[in-house]
Design a protein around this ligand. Structure first.
Ligand SMILES: Nc1ncnc2c1ncn2[C@@H]1O[C@H](COP(=O)(O)OP(=O)(O)OP(=O)(O)O)[C@@H](O)[C@H]1O
Length: 281
């Protein structure tokens, strides 16, 4: 956890209902996707959100990144309430929280060269910025995420999955956010590439003092990567503790079930892969 305990984001009783028509006899149906989520995210920490498919992880990710509105409850960014449904949100707040999705293939525009992908957030956020300055910032970011100068003019399809995820991470960082929501950022990648991307994320976190909300179904990755862990089950956080506490002494039955389903070997192997990558880097 961070030394200075500065809270970047707080969720207080966040709920999200989805109401859909077309149930039996045309009745509406309500899915209670989130049922009162409470947590604080501190500066510089990685908070993992784990749970099985359908438990509400992506719904929470969309609310935290101001893509979707909560049905009830309060979201605070550095103490300031934000509510997109009530238009209580500034461009500055949007800038501060960015998201990286699981699928680097789907999240990049195939018709945009990498340089343009990286320049776009600056173009939208600060149209007055001179073109040359924008280009330079995009080029600096390209190198920072481990790509090369000559990649600037290439299209996304010319890159591997890992390289595309580097581009997506670079794009997310262009506006100097304080927080990234990482929604299964390495799940679509080969195991050896996962280690490289996790290392890149760790380096960037240290350099920019970033806070991460790290969504994952893979507890071996979480054990390597997270400082704290929240376990979600049917729209509720059923357990929340430090990484070491969760893995050594899980309290909730569902957490125990999740842990029992993760082979010890996979936890060891992610550590070995990451260390191997560090040695060759
Ligand atoms: N637009 C929607 N309309 C109706 N129900 C939805 C909608 N989006 C999500 N849900 C429902 O809300 C619940 C939570 O879904 P959500 O996608 O947040 O879960 P998840 O944990 O992210 O799952 P996955 O890992 O499969 O993406 C599920 O029951 C899902 O069917």
């Amino acid at each position: 956890m961070s030394d200075n305990q500065e809270i970047i984001l707080s969720a207080r009783g966040i709920t999200r209902d989805y109401v859909s028509a077309g149930g039996l006899f045309g009745k509406t149906e309500t899915v209670h996707a989130l049922k009162g989520i409470d947590f604080d995210l501190y500066r510089g920490e990685t908070l993992a959100l784990v749970g099985e498919s359908g438990c509400g992880k992506s719904t929470l990710a969309r609310i935290l990144t101001l893509i979707d509105a909560q049905t009830d409850g309060e979201l605070l960014i550095r103490g300031n309430p934000v509510n997109i449904a009530k238009k209580k949100v500034s461009a500055e707040m949007r800038r501060r929280i960015q998201i990286v999705f699981q699928n680097p293939y789907g999240s990049l525009n195939p018709r945009q060269k990498v340089g343009a992908v990286l320049e776009e957030p600056l173009k939208i956020n600060n149209p007055e910025m001179p073109a040359e300055e924008r280009r330079q910032k995009a080029m600096d970011m390209l190198l920072k995420v481990g790509l090369q100068k000559e990649h600037f003019g290439r299209y996304p399809h010319m890159f591997s999955g890992g390289q595309r995820q580097r581009i997506a991470i670079g794009r997310a960082l262009m506006l100097n956010p304080r927080m990234l929501v990482l929604d299964e950022p390495v799940s679509a990648l080969d195991l050896s590439i996962q280690a490289q991307i996790l290392n890149l994320l760790k380096d960037l976190q240290e350099e920019f003092n970033l806070s991460y909300l790290f969504i994952s179904h893979d507890l071996s990755v979480v054990k390597y990567f997270a400082d704290r862990v929240m376990v979600m089950y049917f729209g509720e956080i059923v357990e929340s503790a430090t990484r070491d506490e969760i893995f050594a002494n899980p309290q909730h039955d569902y957490t125990k079930t999740l842990l029992a389903a993760t082979p010890k070997t996979s936890i060891e192997s992610i550590r070995a892969r990451v260390n191997a990558h560090k040695e060759t880097a």
